[in-house]
Design a protein around this ligand. Structure first.
Ligand SMILES: Nc1ncnc2c1ncn2[C@@H]1O[C@H](COP(=O)(O)OP(=O)(O)O)[C@@H](O)[C@H]1O
Ligand SMILES: [Mg+2]
Length: 488
């Protein structure tokens, strides 16, 4: 263990020194020649003609920047955004424009909206929108999202969970909120003007919720622009993390939310059907990403919309072939496509793992995505199948709070500290201890919910079960005035 840590430290300092040498060298290069000749020239007009829109953040060149008379870089768009989030780079600082061959302020930069997503991001607190999706229903997306929210909030982060399952919202129920005061529906129908007005408190400090609009079927199909507007508005909420709990299936509703987030996590269980739907979800997401990126390039779109690529089930043409075909008709677009593929990195979580061998399923998805789709799926880890999760759901509590020591909770704690917060092995050890302590305290204060006294959920124990016109499976009862509700 000690040896391992020592080795990791030596490697860490080695990488740090290499990076330092690199920065000094490039800074020297800029000060003598204005800008490094190795910085690839990008013709933005060409980007427009190849139809790259959504994916431009991915295809944007690495850039040199000048802050307080000092030059740094080159930085990737992701690195630049991290600097903006940390307040190290603002819109009045300078970026080297290859187009204009001079330093310009970030505000005048051609691709500025892709690094400052909401215009003034530099002045806002850092935030990460994480979408949790996956093809199949019942694989644990909602219970995972709720406990992820609890875990991050317990570690001092401000978190807003959003129930984006427009067809079957139930995140509020998992949080023990039976009748949410406001839902997404109020925002959608403009009953409230500002999205911040529908953010509800939860029993956990720092954790807030935007409840889904349960039972309002008209909502299940918002237009693409409405979804983008919703995400844009979400980004204006003060929070470190915004977690989107998505619905099942691979409809555009689910996929557009998944693609609009900063990070997309796909949850699956190790059963063959779930694995199949999970891979299909990853594939459809990628195709939608490419189609959005190249929608104004007719010839590329003809390839992307071809039957052999879109037919459900087995993949009939690997992405390497697609790239080759695109390269034959438009080499520039093929180059762009390579960049979109490199930047598209969904994350994967295997839930309800029962035995060691199950973990191989995650690796299998990774391998298939690399071979057939030419993308890297980042495997975040697994969560054990645990009866505590089931009892937590019945008690209307997130499982991380119901039993912080259960195996599922420990798996999640590790995942949060190492993969979501990016802690090193040593820090993650302390972070997990801190989390456990916080959870134990929160748990003692968490309200007990008695379904018999409060708004009941549809239940087989209901007096009217099987003979109820309003029975809608899971949502708080709308006929509870017709006492008695529960059979003895
Ligand atoms: N790690 C787990 N161990 C045991 N049961 C689980 C686990 N994760 C989820 N479940 C069960 O699966 C059910 C469905 O989970 P849910 O989060 O509602 O799925 P989804 O949102 O994907 O439709 C939960 O009610 C819970 O009982
Ligand atoms: Mg769900």
């Amino acid at each position: 263990m000690l040896l391992g840590c020592g080795f990791v430290r030596v490697m860490f300092f080695y990488v740090l020194i290499l990076r330092f040498i690199f920065i000094v060298r490039t800074a020297k290069q800029i000060s003598t020649t204005g800008v490094s000749s190795s910085c690839a020239r990008r013709d933005w007009q060409h980007c427009i003609s190849t139809g790259v829109n959504m994916a431009r953040i991915a295809s944007m060149d690495n850039v040199f920047v000048r802050v307080k008379e000092k030059q740094y870089g080159p930085f990737s768009p992701r690195e630049l955004r991290a600097m903006i989030d940390k307040g190290k780079f603002g819109k009045n600082d300078l970026i080297w424009s290859e187009e204009q061959d001079q330093w310009i302020t970030a505000t005048d930069f051609n691709a500025r909206r892709y690094i400052f997503p909401s215009g003034d991001a530099a002045e806002q607190r850092p935030k990460r929108v994480i979408a949790v999706g996956g093809g199949k229903g019942g694989v644990g997306k909602t219970v995972f999202t709720s406990s992820l929210g609890v875990g991050l909030a317990s570690l001092g982060k401000d978190v807003v969970m959003v129930d984006a399952d427009l067809g079957g919202a139930n995140l509020h129920t998992v949080m023990g909120i039976l009748e949410p005061k406001y839902t997404f529906f109020d925002f959608y129908t403009m009953a409230v003007e500002d999205i911040k007005d529908i953010v509800l408190p939860t029993p956990v400090e720092r954790l807030k919720l935007i409840s889904g609009a349960c039972g309002t079927l008209g909502l299940a199909n918002p237009k693409y622009q409405q979804k983008l507007k919703f995400i844009r508005q979400l980004r204006t909420i003060e929070a470190d993390f915004i977690l989107l709990d998505l619905g099942a299936g691979s409809s555009f509703n689910v996929i557009d939310f998944f693609l609009a987030a900063d990070d997309g996590i796909v949850v699956t269980n190790p059963e063959p059907m779930a694995i199949q739907e999970c891979f299909n979800f990853i594939k459809i997401c990628l195709l939608r990403r490419l189609q959005l990126a190249f929608r104004s390039n007719e010839r590329v779109m003809a390839i992307l919309e071809s039957d052999e690529l879109n037919r459900p089930g087995r993949i009939h043409i690997p992405m390497t072939e697609v790239l080759k075909k695109v390269g034959e008709i438009d080499p520039g677009a093929a180059g762009m496509m390579e960049e979109v593929l490199a930047a598209h990195r969904p994350k994967l979580i295997l839930n309800m793992v029962m035995e060691k061998d199950d973990i191989k399923e995650g690796i299998a998805i990774q391998a298939a995505a690399a071979e057939l789709l030419s993308i890297e799926v980042e495997y975040l880890g697994f969560i054990t199948y645990d009866q505590n999760v089931r009892s937590a759901v019945r008690e209307l509590k997130p499982f991380l709070l119901q039993n912080p020591l259960s195996s599922a909770s420990q798996d999640l704690a590790k995942l949060i500290s190492v993969k979501i917060l990016g802690q090193s092995t040593i820090n993650s050890f302390f972070e997990k201890r801190k989390l456990r302590k916080q959870l134990m305290e929160q748990r003692a204060e968490y309200p007990e919910i008695s379904l018999h006294q409060q708004a009941p959920i549809c239940s087989i124990k209901c007096f009217y079960w099987g003979d109820c016109d309003y029975q809608n499976g899971g949502h708080p009862c709308s006929v509870r005035h017709l006492e008695p509700i529960f059979k003895q």
